[in-house]
Design a protein around this ligand. Structure first.
Ligand code: CMC
Length: 424
């Protein structure tokens, strides 16, 4: 792969380490040989560590670039749909028209849940958080399909992907239905993926549900924009769990658990809380001042990103979609939208935000869209998890179809050295 070397000096010792280049992005230094020299690297939070090789997603945070299999996210959001993106993430190439049609049909054949799974929902309290229900139910899929799962079989891995893509909207919508005490609505295979999700969320058995095409398109965009984001915390969790040979359904459940935390999947909910707290455009200046005040813990939610130090390319698509949805619903004068737009404008012109490269991220507008569609905040992260399942699965699949070792980080031990147990 390379004949370039990096040299590391530790005391008297000089260690040569191979340097690799990807197709784009920074070079990496292969530190695997260090263990034989009696030293480890130390990188809590994996800030400078590439934990794997991957050909799925590329992010250039400095320039606001997000590519899936090489295609920019803006182009995928404009020209593709979520299921075609699922095919691309899984297989590496866009499908032909024929392959795309077949893929859409195949997914429709897997949308129902085993009837026994209804019982799992009923085991939860009605006030359980939908993420808790989703985590449990997805983990339980492993009990339904474990006997058919040979990880080395490409065919079985493909069927597992189809099942997960198809069943996640049913599981997500049923988490909601269960929490509000309404009957579960079965999938309808005459509808598109996002239309079907909306009908399972908002339909009731006593009347026919007619999906609004503008809202269905907006949902599809939200699914596309959340489908994958490289080696983030939940994806890395799925890879680590998968490296032990665990059931892929259990691995996806571990990803859902990792996503649940407010530092990862919960920010769009926080944006909505913040806009409500600001309450009026006249209060924006006060909150901007609070965000800049080092003695005040307040931060502008939906601004800034660990990787994007330029605009988040997903945020622009979300902003456009927010306008489409709110205008369709006659909510252009929505006070929260007005606050969001004004806040964005003021922050983007402010030196504090300019100097620190703080731009709106994907979550700044997605909460507004979901709220306008009628989705409660407790479901926001569930929808993120449902969209991200294909990303998690594609990474799991990439790992298990190649050479991999069990993930086993080391540590810098700072506890007591060996001491004897007191015998009296
Ligand atoms: N409002 C005000 N100041 C901020 C903000 C903000 N939202 N974000 C960062 N800063 C300041 C921060 O105080 C620091 O200032 P200084 O250099 O004077 O100490 C500087 O900008 C750098 O901040 P940092 O915390 O070192 O940056 P980070 O890259 O570690 O943090 C972040 C990234 C996303 C945690 C942070 O920007 C943040 O808390 N944003 C609000 C929460 C949010 O919207 N999260 C969603 C992320 S997108 C979802 C996803 O992709 O998973």
């Amino acid at each position: 792969m390379t004949d370039r070397k990096a040299t590391l000096s530790v005391g008297e010792q000089s260690i040569e380490l191979p340097v690799y280049s990807g197709t784009v992005g920074p070079d990496v230094i292969d530190v695997r040989g260090l263990v034989q020299q009696g030293v480890f690297t130390y990188d809590p939070g994996f800030v400078s560590t590439a934990a794997c090789e991957s050909a799925i997603t590329y992010i250039d945070g400095a320039n606001g670039v997000l590519l899936h299999r090489g295609y920019p996210i803006e182009q995928l959001a404009e020209h593709s749909d979520y299921l075609e993106l699922c095919y691309l993430l899984l297989n590496g190439e866009l499908p032909s028209a024929e392959e795309n049609k077949k893929f859409h049909e195949t997914i429709k054949n897997h949308t129902m849940l085993h009837d026994q799974m209804r019982n799992f929902f009923h085991g939860f309290r009605r006030d359980a958080h939908p993420m808790a229900i989703m985590c449990g139910v997805v983990g339980a899929l492993s009990a339904f399909y474990h006997d058919q799962m040979d990880l080395k079989s490409e065919e079985q891995r493909e069927i597992t992907a189809h099942r997960l893509i198809a069943k996640m909207p049913t599981i997500a919508a049923w988490c909601y239905k269960y929490s509000i005490g309404q009957p579960f609505v079965y999938p309808r295979n005459d509808l598109s993926y996002s239309e079907n999700f909306l009908q399972m969320m908002f339909g009731v058995p006593c009347e026919e549900y007619k999906p609004n095409p503008v809202l269905a398109k907006a949902m599809d965009k939200i699914f596309i924009l959340h489908a994958d984001h490289e080696q983030n915390a939940s994806t890395s969790t799925v890879r680590l769990a998968g490296s032990t040979g665990a059931s892929p359904y259990a691995c996806i459940a571990s990803g859902i658990a990792a996503l649940w935390g407010p530092a990862h999947g919960g920010a769009n909910e926080a944006v909505l809380d913040m806009l409500n707290e600001i309450g009026d455009v006249d209060n924006i200046e006060t909150y901007i001042a609070k965000a800049k005040d080092k003695d005040d813990p307040f931060r502008l939610m939906g601004f800034g990103h660990r990787v994007y130090k330029n605009f988040d390319p997903r945020a622009k698509v979300m902003a456009e979609t927010a306008h489409e949805v709110l205008s369709e619903l006659g909510m252009e004068d929505d006070p929260l939208l007005k606050i969001a737009q004004r806040l964005e404008k003021i922050a983007l012109e402010d030196d504090y935000f300019i100097e620190r490269k703080l731009y709106p991220n994907v979550d700044f507008y997605s909460g507004l869209i979901l709220k306008a569609i009628g989705i409660p905040t407790s479901m926001f992260t569930v929808i993120f998890a449902m969209s991200r399942t294909i990303g998690w699965y594609s990474h799991w699949n990439e790992m298990v179809s190649g050479d991999y070792r069990i993930g086993r980080p080391r540590q810098l031990y700072t506890g007591s050295p060996k001491r004897d147990y007191p015998t009296k």
